[in-house]
Design a protein around this ligand. Structure first.
Ligand SMILES: [Zn+2]
Length: 351
């Protein structure tokens, strides 16, 4: 059950501030410690200090997601992610079959690293996918999560305006490319699988391993290894994931490469409020600030079409059919019962 629907405007504004931190972490040329030149600058006349202050202010402002495009032109492109998916406007596409996952049941060692703006869980290239309407093989590179803050949801994609507590991204690179740099010139060079989380009363049985690992990489650059990790413990089997949305988009952090075939699954993963609170408290940005609200605001669709797999779209009519069957049976039973007890029979008319 969803219990954390929040004001998206607040979350987006908060995200704008926090993501400014992560981008500065990527592009910032110096450490937070002042350089000799900066120390000297402190002794210069006020007018020069004022100029320096303006430069620093401009630098900080350029870090806001809304200003990424100034430094990374792709971030201002027409195929940006994430997006808000409006379910009444998606187009059913019968050419979107289920996926085949390879290596999801293998037990592998996963290196987890705090990248200063997010924590990445590196996957071996033996983890792959095919199908899902994509051409060829895609090798897994890493997975990571996007989350909010104290009682604030933090998914990147929203569905009909609703933001979910957390979102899992599994990044795959198309073979034979071996890096994002190689894949970025192919509109479907990257396959990103997205799972939205919903809050549940019970703990997710396998997320505590992830939480514990995040607790071991609290600071920028720190890393740890999860041994004998099985992706299957977090990601449901492919045969239970027939329903999904598909659109072409981008990476959600700079340089916003427009090379991503996005798949947002209908099926939600569960996480308890205890686990969610634990996740958002584990890591710190490169600045030392708590790593919270790690999502980019939704981007304009700019004329793109969001497709829905046939099996996903077919869920609604099936539910309706079963609801109709249930109502017919229910009504028949009730009618029979009420007639036999005289609740609606001639006895009432005699009163
Ligand atoms: Zn992501």
């Amino acid at each position: 059950m969803i219990t954390t629907r929040r004001n998206d405007c607040y979350a987006s504004c908060k995200s704008d501030q926090m993501l400014s931190v992560q981008l500065c972490g990527v592009t910032r040329a110096s450490s937070p410690v002042m350089t000799h030149a900066e120390v000297r600058a402190d002794r210069k006349p006020p007018s020069i200090l004022q100029d320096k202050s303006n430069i620093e202010r401009r630098k900080r402002q350029s870090c806001y997601p809304s200003r990424w495009a100034a430094q990374f032109p792709s971030c201002g492109g027409l195929r940006q992610s994430p997006i808000n998916i409006v379910t009444s406007k998606v187009r059913v596409n019968s050419a979107l079959p289920p996926f085949s996952f390879i290596g999801h049941s293998d037990r592998v060692n996963v290196t987890v690293q705090n990248k200063g703006h997010s924590a990445h869980f590196a996957l071996p290239p033996s983890v792959q996918l095919t199908g899902g309407g994509l051409t060829g093989h895609y090798r897994a590179a890493q997975f990571h999560f996007h989350w909010g803050g104290d009682r604030r949801p933090g998914s990147e994609h929203t569905i009909d305006g609703e933001r979910f507590p957390m979102e899992l991204h599994i990044v795959h690179i198309k073979a034979p490319y071996s890096s994002l740099a190689e894949a970025e010139h192919d509109m479907a060079g990257i396959a990103l699988l997205a799972f939205l989380f919903e809050e549940s009363t019970d703990d997710h049985p396998h997320l505590d391993t992830v939480i514990a690992a995040l607790g071991r990489v609290q600071n920028n650059g720190s890393s740890t290894v999860i041994s004998s990790f099985r992706l299957r413990d977090v990601v449901p089997p492919a045969d239970s994931l027939h329903g999904y949305y598909r659109y072409v988009g981008s990476m959600t952090t700079p340089g916003c490469e427009q090379a991503v075939a996005w798949t947002v699954f209908h099926r939600k993963l569960s996480i308890s409020s205890r686990q969610l609170d634990a996740i958002i408290r584990q890591c710190r940005f490169w600045t030392g600030q708590p790593m919270t609200d790690t999502f980019r605001p939704t981007q304009p669709l700019d004329g793109r079409i969001v497709y829905c797999s046939m099996s996903g779209a077919a869920q609604t009519p099936v539910v309706h059919v079963w609801l109709c069957v249930f109502l017919v049976v229910f009504w028949s039973v009730m009618n029979s019962h009420m007639t036999s007890t005289g609740f609606m029979g001639e006895e009432l008319q005699d009163v």
